[in-house]
Design a binder for this molecule. Structure first.
Ligand SMILES: *[C@@H]1O[C@H](CO)[C@@H](O)[C@H](O)[C@H]1NC(C)=O
Ligand SMILES: *[C@@H]1O[C@H](CO)[C@@H](O)[C@H](O)[C@H]1NC(C)=O
Length: 410
């Protein structure tokens, strides 16, 4: 049995060489666009082989997902390119579940269940929700892919607590969740939220007033939503949540935008991995885009159009890997810094791993890095290949809710 073993070894070697070759040429392509430091993650870790294998596998995984028959899409946004140019998207809705990338990429939502059509925007009977309402759909135990019959504004009387294996897919309808309770993902897995307008969320008996609050949950993907003006925050992930991707959203008018990590003493959040990719941080935002604790955060190819205080903050030794973002600082000369270490003396934070690679820093914006330049932590804070920051405008041009009509590309 020596021959097959050897030939497997040789093929593996050839594949590895091809992969390394590809990475090298990618680097060459970008070399005149990005600052010197575009080294792939393979140089930034203690065990390059392991990371090369990991990157290779996720590259393969994402290419396998990219096949969209003959229609080539070319929005330049790797998630959207997977489904958005299909004029029959409404017949192939579940394809979306194959298009996730980043740490939340394995979230399948309700892919393996039936469709459920929400026909009723009311929320009167909280104990016994009426069939046809969104609340009825999300509390079912079985997997469901939830869609909407028509446009609607849903005012929830308390937080909508979503069970595992659900997709809320508002493509094709204008669905607003506003003026009351909003979305809670509490000790659940495999939830996809796509295409909702969520705003003016208020505290209720079971929620703090976040647009989307994730606690104790994993495999969550929040994509193409428009979020603004809530009492607490827009997206929070706390209490041991992990495997989350927050992508393609449009955030506006909010003081505290995104909180990732419960408290400095809540060490279960040490394993948290969150990808924040292709979002537009728009007008009227003040701070926490995001504010991180403990875990590993990949902030990649987002468009920060201004902020009042800072963009990315943290405490309790989070690892922050900022790649290929566009940071446009506000006019205020005292708010040019992208980063903020919250209530921590310098001698405590100078070991935290925060890096900026290939970010476009405009209008005097500056990112204060810290920690070791090359460290294994960044392998755990890497979840997809960053594109050049010069592409951010194109990549985020569809951020927020898309206008999708049946029979047409979205
Ligand atoms: C790739 O896909 C395989 C099989 O679906 C899965 O077991 C593996 O964890 C994935 N790996 C990465 C890095 O995405
Ligand atoms: C923001 O929310 C507050 C409280 O819910 C509300 O009073 C205010 O009108 C909202 N602002 C906008 C612009 O909708």
């Amino acid at each position: 049995m020596e021959v097959p073993t050897k030939s497997i070894f040789v093929s593996a070697l050839v594949l590895l060489l091809l992969f390394v070759g590809t990475m090298a040429s990618v680097k060459d392509d970008l070399s005149n666009k990005l600052p010197e430091d575009v080294d792939g993650n393979e140089h930034a870790v203690s065990n390059p082989d392991e990371v090369a294998a990991m990157v290779d596998m996720s590259t393969r995984n994402s290419t396998e997902r990219r096949k969209l028959g003959s229609s080539t899409c070319g929005t330049g946004n790797p998630i959207d390119d997977c489904w958005r140019c299909d004029p029959n998207w409404h017949r192939n809705r579940k394809r979306l579940a194959e298009c996730g990338i980043g740490f939340g990429r394995d979230a399948i939502g309700g892919r393996d269940g039936h469709f459920y059509v929400v026909t009723d925007s009311s929320d009167h009977d909280l104990a016994n929700p009426k069939p046809g309402t969104l609340r009825y759909a999300v509390i079912q135990d079985r997997p469901l892919w939830i869609v909407f019959k028509h446009d609607m504004v849903i005012k929830l009387f308390k937080g909508l607590i979503i069970n595992s294996f659900k997709t809320i897919d508002a493509r094709g309808a204008k669905v607003h969740i506003a003026y009351g309770g909003c979305i809670t993902i509490h000790y659940a897995t495999n939830v996809i939220i796509h295409g909702l307008h969520i705003y003016n969320c208020k505290p209720t008996e079971n929620a703090d007033g976040d647009a989307i609050s994730i606690s104790g949950s994993s495999h969550v993907w929040i994509d193409h939503n428009t979020l603004s003006n809530c009492t607490d925050g827009l997206v929070d992930a706390v209490m041991g949540s992990t495997a989350i991707t927050i992508s393609n959203n449009h955030f506006t008018r909010q003081n505290q935008v995104m909180l990732l990590g419960h408290s400095d003493s809540y060490v279960k959040d040490k394993h948290m991995q969150v990808t924040i990719a292709y979002n537009r941080f728009g007008e009227g935002l003040v701070q926490r885009m995001p504010r991180c604790r403990h875990g590993y955060f990949h902030v990649v190819n987002n468009d920060y159009t201004n902020w009042e205080m800072y963009a990315i903050g943290g405490s309790a030794n989070p690892t922050i890997n900022s790649q290929g973002n566009r940071y446009l600082a506000p006019i205020n000369p005292f708010a040019k810094e992208v980063t903020k270490r919250i209530q921590t003396p310098t001698e405590h934070w100078n070991g935290w791993n925060w890096r900026s690679e290939g970010d476009l820093l405009l209008n005097g914006a500056y990112f204060t890095p810290s920690g070791a330049k090359a460290t294994a932590s960044y392998a755990k804070a890497s979840s997809l290949g960053a594109q050049s920051s010069l592409m951010v405008g194109a990549i985020t041009s569809g951020a927020g809710v898309l206008h999708c009509r049946r029979g047409h590309q979205c």
